[in-house]
Design a protein around this ligand. Structure first.
Ligand code: NAD
Ligand code: NAG
Length: 362
């Protein structure tokens, strides 16, 4: 029997999750939940049941019990909704960020036990084929022990992106700013690849947009220290035309054209004792096969193929969620890891404002 899945939140991303559920033979789309007037129509289009609230669904005697929920609502509702679902013994795939406030996330996580229903956080880029290929190279020690990394997330957002209804993006008070909107994805990937970040520093880029109305940071040069001893530098900026970002490099977001060929290399560069790797071109540089490991030798470059025909990261994430529910695997992105990404982004924001080095809270 397929698992009965409900989707909570039918805005931009909810219907995409719904279609993914319908395409997976192990899952059945049971219902869509959203108070907005247009959501009933969305549910009708998807040929699924509609409820205006989670409480209305839970109170309904006539529908089968949901096995799991995918929560894709505004950030401040993530923890209250996940708490209700988990306490009703419903597994949860919760969109990122885990919350808009670390303290509410901590409160929920402290109540979970090994017998609680499962909680997976939707940092779906962990399922991107370029990232899984990178993870596999690191896991098989293809670069030797890792020394350092360098990352870029640089591109140009037009004025229309900040115009109503997107004007919340102009201020950090309303969830705007390139750190909260974009960098959190890279931070989660860096955690996935290199483990927890423990210390950060950041210098802000000079503003290019008029203030007012713009009040959010546009970019920063950041240093990162990882618990493993790995160190990193990261440049983030949403005010420069550039091909170096996860989106332009991987083509994952259909709204941002993929940069192919020349120029696409190196939104991440990873440096190990045996070799270095550039992502997404996946060139690995080493002295393997040369007389010695020495700067006087010619570097050997190999290119690792990435299977771009694999299912979408959303589909892979859902397939993973099914295995988590079945108890076959542990969540690839736990609540603790998602909280960690939020804490690192907050620490970078504090470093920007104070000019101080910031230790990430445990
Ligand atoms: N993984 C990703 O790359 C990615 C991409 C986009 C959005 N997201 C995340 O998904 C979440 C939703 O983003 P979005 O762009 O779809 O937002 P959105 O504003 O387009 O949609 C949110 C929907 O939730 C509904 N809603 C609000 N409160 C609700 C409640 N209590 N119960 C049920 N429905 C409720 C709203 O009516 C709205 O339709 C955000 O947390 C965002 O960070 C993640
Ligand atoms: C929460 O939600 C939006 C997307 O809807 C996201 O871009 C924003 O930066 C978020 N983060 C926080 C911490 O508020």
């Amino acid at each position: 029997m397929p698992f009965n899945i409900i989707i909570v939140g039918a805005g931009l991303i909810g219907p995409r999750h719904a279609q993914t559920v319908q395409a997976n033979p192990s899952t059945h789309l049971l219902a869509l939940i959203d108070p907005s007037p247009s959501a009933a129509q969305t549910a009708a289009t998807l040929q699924t049941l509609y409820f205006p609230s989670l409480d209305a669904l839970l109170a309904s005697p006539s529908i089968p019990r949901p096995d799991a929920a995918i929560v894709c609502t505004p950030n401040h509702t993530h923890i209250p909704l996940a708490t209700t679902l988990l306490s009703n013994n419903i597994h949860v795939l919760l969109e990122k960020p885990i919350s808009d406030d670390p303290s509410t996330a901590r409160a929920l996580l402290s109540t979970l036990t090994p017998t609680s229903p499962k909680l997976l956080i939707g940092h779906h880029r962990r399922f991107n084929p370029y990232i899984t290929a990178t993870k596999q190279l690191l896991t098989t020690n293809a670069l030797g022990p890792i020394i350092a990394l360098n990352g870029l997330w640089t591109l140009y957002k037009p004025d229309t992106y900040f115009a109503p209804p997107g004007d919340w993006r102009r201020s950090t008070e309303t969830g705007g700013g390139v750190l909260a909107i974009n960098l959190i994805h890279d931070i989660d990937l860096l955690h996935y690849l290199f483990g927890p970040i423990t210390r950060v520093f950041a210098e802000q880029t000079a503003p290019t947009r008029p203030s007012p109305p713009h009040a959010a940071e546009e970019g920063a040069a950041i240093t990162l220290r990882f618990a493993s001893g790995v160190v990193g530098t990261f440049l983030v900026c949403d005010a420069t035309p550039s091909p170096w970002s996860f989106e332009a490099g991987t083509g994952e977001n259909p709204l941002i054209p993929q940069v192919q060929g020349e120029g696409a290399e190196g939104f991440y560069r990873i440096f190990g004792q045996r070799g270095s790797l550039s992502v997404p071109d996946m060139r690995r540089w080493s002295y393997e096969g040369r007389a010695e490991r020495s700067w006087s030798e010619e570097l050997v470059v190999e290119r690792r193929e990435v299977d771009r025909t694999s299912p979408t990261p959303f589909a892979l994430q859902l397939a993973h969620f099914v295995e988590v529910i079945q108890g076959k695997v542990e969540p690839v992105c736990t609540g603790e890891e998602a909280l960690r990404a939020l804490l690192v982004v907050e620490a970078i924001g504090r470093a920007l404002r104070t000019g101080q080095v910031v230790d990430v809270e445990g």
